[in-house]
Every structure is written in C-alpha cells, then in structure tokens.
Design a protein around this ligand. Sequence first.
Ligand SMILES: [Zn+2]
Length: 304
Amino acid sequence: MLPFRLIFHPAFTVDLGPHVFPAQKYRQVRDRLLETGTADHGDFVVPLPATDDDVRRVHTADYVRKLKDGDFTSAELARMEVPWSRALVEASWLAAGAALEAARRARADGCAIALCGGFHHAFADHGEGFCLVNDVAVATQALRASGEVGRVAIVDLDVHHGNGTASIFAGDADTFTLSLHQERNYPVVKPPSTIDVGLADGTDDDAYLAALDHVLPRAFDAAPELVWYVAGADPYAHDRLGGLALTQAGLRERDKRVFTAARRAGVPVAVTLAGGYAERTADTVSIHAATVAVAADVLRAEAA
Ligand SMILES: [Zn+2]
C-alpha cells in the first residue's frame, strides 16, 4: 500500500479520435501501477466532479456557458486543439474535482497524486492547448473559499510554459507560480509567472537539474500551505511536442528533488500529471508511473 492516495476516475479518458494527446494514458498509468505492484486497488480514490460554482470562481460565466453548450466559434475550437464533446467537458470538471481531492488528501497525508489534470493552458475566459478548465486554479480557489488553504505555490515542470496559470494568478500575492519550460516552444506569448525559467532547446539532465535547484527553494520561501506539482512528462528527450533532452532517469531525479524539498519544508504536495507525448506512449506512462514510485520512496524514507 502506498503512503498516500491516488485520485483516479475511468472518465478521465475521453475518446479524442486520432490525436497527439494520448488520453488513454490515464487508464494506462493506473494499470501500470497495479501491474508492477507499485499500488494496489485500495490506494485509489474516486473523485467527484467540481461544482459549477467551483469552476466559476476561476472561469468567466460566459466561458462556462460556452463549455456546457459547445457554443464555440471555429477559431475558438482551433485554439483549444481538442474536439469539444460532452464527455470532454465532464472530464474537465472531473479533473478539477480530482485536483481538489488531491489537495485535501495531501493535507492529510503529506502527498497525493491526481492521475490526470495539469491543464495549465486554460485561461479564465478561454481554453487552449488541450486545456479547457484550469484544474489547479479551480481547486486552489475552492480551498480558499472554504478556508482550508491560503498561500499556495505552483511548481510547473511541464515542458510548456504555464500561461493560463500565470494569467489567472497574476497579481495574486498568495500564489507563487514557477514555470520551468522550454523557451522556444508553445505558447508563443508567455504571461509572467512569479518565476519563469526558459530553457534552451536540447537542455539535458544535468543542466535541467541545476536550473531546478537554483529556483526550487524560492517556491518554499513564501511559506506556502500547499504546493502543487505539475509533473509534465514532456521534458523527455523523445517527446513529440517537447524539445528538451531529459532521460527517464533525469525525470525521476527531478521528481525526487521536488518531493524531497516539499517534505523538508513540511509542505503538503498535490500532484497533477500534465503533458506527455512521447513517441512511444508507453514511455509517457512509465514517466508518470515513476513519479508515483518516487513520491512513495521519498515519503517512506522520511518515515523510516
Ligand atoms: Zn506540456
């Protein structure tokens, strides 16, 4: 049994048709964790969807209405880069609910991992880059509305800049946002996070980890009550939408440093998976599954 819970729902996986986003990865990560004995069935928690009120704390009423009705122009749909469907909308509400569940479980157990989400390209008034609802933002504001959490830090290590998250939390002194990403990649316009680190094409394990070590302590300086870890698998060398050169071992080391820093600071860490478009989807699944295994190692070592 894991020392923390995994948040999973079969409806995270939506049929997108032929698409670069491997929506089947969510189910495959769960299956991999069970097959390898990393997790057992009792480790999984089924989330409820976020409420409309939760979503409207972050997203505009007009955008929420458009999402529910599928009432988008072709330009808006092109910017989303995913085909609208009711199932996709339900999965987006579910991902936000999963993030909220992960945050609550993390506050109880020190860590929790939602096996979905990390939709950091979703803005208050529009979706883009496969992201419709900014799950981390919705969960953060729901926790604040109920008085559970004040200050939070968001450590976004997806290969793409967290533009939606940066925009939503711009000017919010209680939210520290860190984005460590490939500079010459989507999104072209990168609204400022609290700290942005734009990495050069082809950045390898050593250079990446050095850059991470340089900025990661800053996430804990403001004494957050919760840290979100947006653990994208797409800094991987063989990612089709990424241009960095991390190995799977390098990504495990990345995860280890984040979990270790959070535990040393005594801050609960809630994880979302974010991107991952490896040439072999099995590699993306391995990277996400390793995040779970590394978190377990760090928490068990601490308890020992
Ligand atoms: Zn990404």
